[in-house]
Write a protein that binds this ligand. Sequence first.
Ligand code: ADP
Ligand code: MG
Length: 709
Amino acid sequence: MTKPCGYMELAYRDITYCKNVGAKRADILRQELGVRTAMDMLRQYPYKYIDRSRFYSIAELEDEDTYVQIVGEVVEWHTVGLGRAQRLSAQFTDGDRMIELVWFKGVQYVKLEKGVKYLLFGKPTRFNHTYNFVHPDLTPWRKVTPEMTQGLEPYYNTTERMKRVGLNSKAMRQIIAGLMPDLKTGVPDTIGVDVLQRYRMMGLTEALVNVHFPKDTLSMQRARERLKFEELFYIQLQLLRQMKRREQNPGFLMPIVGSRFHGLYRSLPFTLTGAQQRVIREIHTDLKSGRQMNRLLQGDVGSGKTLVALLCCLLAVDNGYQTCIMAPTEILANQHYETLRNFLAPLNEPAGNRSSVNVALLTGSTTKKQREPIHEGLRNGTIDILVGTHALLEDTVQWGNLGLVIVDEQHRFGVAQRAKLWNKNTTPPHVLVMTATPIPRTLAMTVYGDLRVSIIDELPPGRKPVQTIHYSILRRSSINSFIRQQVDAGRQIYVVFPLIQENEKLDLRDLENGYNALCETFPDYPISMVHGKMRAKDKDLQMQRFANGETRILVATTVIEVGVNVPNASVMIIENAERFGLSQLHQLRGRVGRGAEQSYCILLTNMELSKETRQRMEIMVATNDGFRIAEADLQLRGPGDLEGTAQSGLPFDLHIANLSTDGQILELARRAAGEIIDDDPLLENQHNQIYRRRLDILRIETHNWGDIS
Ligand code: ADP
Ligand code: MG
């Protein structure tokens, strides 16, 4: 196709000089949306469409949230009130039924006429048992142009600041409409024809035309599918290229399975589950491959990830390397340290024997004096395993021979943070990332898409599934009798209260009230209480007393969310369960069900619950499967807190794709990107330059835009 004379590629055309823009609007578009060029503008996708080809009758109205249009007449109207409080109410009929139209503002500008046919356009509001329209658009039928009632009308996101200068959705639509004639002459595609054909995706030009001004619903959907595919494809391409690049890194060789690994293995009072054995084999295959390992270890709560981590450390130590385990919080670091020392006790007997393993702990609370021997031990190689918090990364820690880093994370640890690990050494250590609870597949493929995945999909044998019950607080007395029955049968009980920083004082009061109430109800039971504001020493003492069985009930904030292991505890009571997220609830529930007895999790909530909260409770009651819960969590919450590259650790922002609903497109995008990277890992071939250039552009855009916002 020939371009008109004076034509300039849309990607290079300054938005200022586009129709309906100008300097002032251009400034605001740049500051508010990051739009600099005509192409940037075309990449502002509508967030919804309203079908203007469909006409409703009043009887059909059933949804508050959708725009509708109705043809009819105004039969009667009157104003109520005076001055600013004045309101105009009109009765509108479609010939069959009657509906009220209301105006609160600009009443004097509303001109109504009897006996005239109108096109009404607006969103119905439910009012008592009927609907009304507040501030509808009312256009006399003789002024309705064919375009107004043709196809899907796009709606664009705008900001307050944009609206103040008249840049509302309609203005955005006009600017974009002004670009259509040039767009239709064609823009260079960002994806090769071969890929588009194989995956049956629209070309870019057609997709951009149809995302803004779709011919019909099908073309709109196909256009959006293509644009989502493109977004996810480039994220996958970037992640897979990173993965391949790292896999070109030489890795420390750890072929030996030595005395420490075997020693621990033999000393275990149980055998490893099949899944534990499988993932250890997968990891060991990486460790002896001569290439650097980058792996994600997923498993449900209680599936035995900690032991797998320790065995992997021992593989490294048996080969003469040092290792570290990084935990997200100090409490968790302490617990890991204790767990490791317990597991390793048989190996370290007698002290200093050939197979002994030296573990050290380094956190924010480690004193300067304690640090010195640790730093020394790390340098001279006498410390085999260092357990600590993220401070390990920042610290001036120098290693004699660091061969394996294990990151145990509860919260997401982004791609960027992970990158720090690789910059510490010339030969980078092997990296194993562990998640506290399972994450949905779509997230695993994006947030952790640069890692190979191992999954422990089996719990140690003999575990009885925890029975979960949802009660309203009105049932407190029956819960108390249940507590009594369980404690009398020799069991122990957790009672957990939410605590968030913004609300700390109130939350602590709830906790203390709860503790006092329990002490009053059960004067004969010793009860412990722990929370984050206590001195570490007191906290440890209370945890210890509960772990020994000295106290029967532990009242706590979420400090026990991570790690603690008291097999005799068989009841988890969660107060204000509505305030916890699904994965937190699941993690808490994982604290019980570790012994031979039937265990219970009781979710206590108020009577009045939002629909979303009710669903959360239903899911908890319905399943113990962490992978299913993770999927449901993503569906319910949406990927909201994933948006924005910074938090999510995604290489590029998502503008149209949605990780909670676009799983299938993501699978296709990953496959398409995988085929390219398998064939040309570093994108060096001539025909792959299109991808390389686009990745560079996306990187620059992401960074610049990140700086502004
Ligand atoms: P995760 O970290 O995956 O939530 P843990 O590592 O805390 O799970 O393991 C939970 C409990 O199960 C621990 O007490 C651990 O010692 C025990 N455990 C681990 N593996 C096995 C196994 N194969 N058989 C029996 N118990 C096991
Ligand atoms: Mg654990």
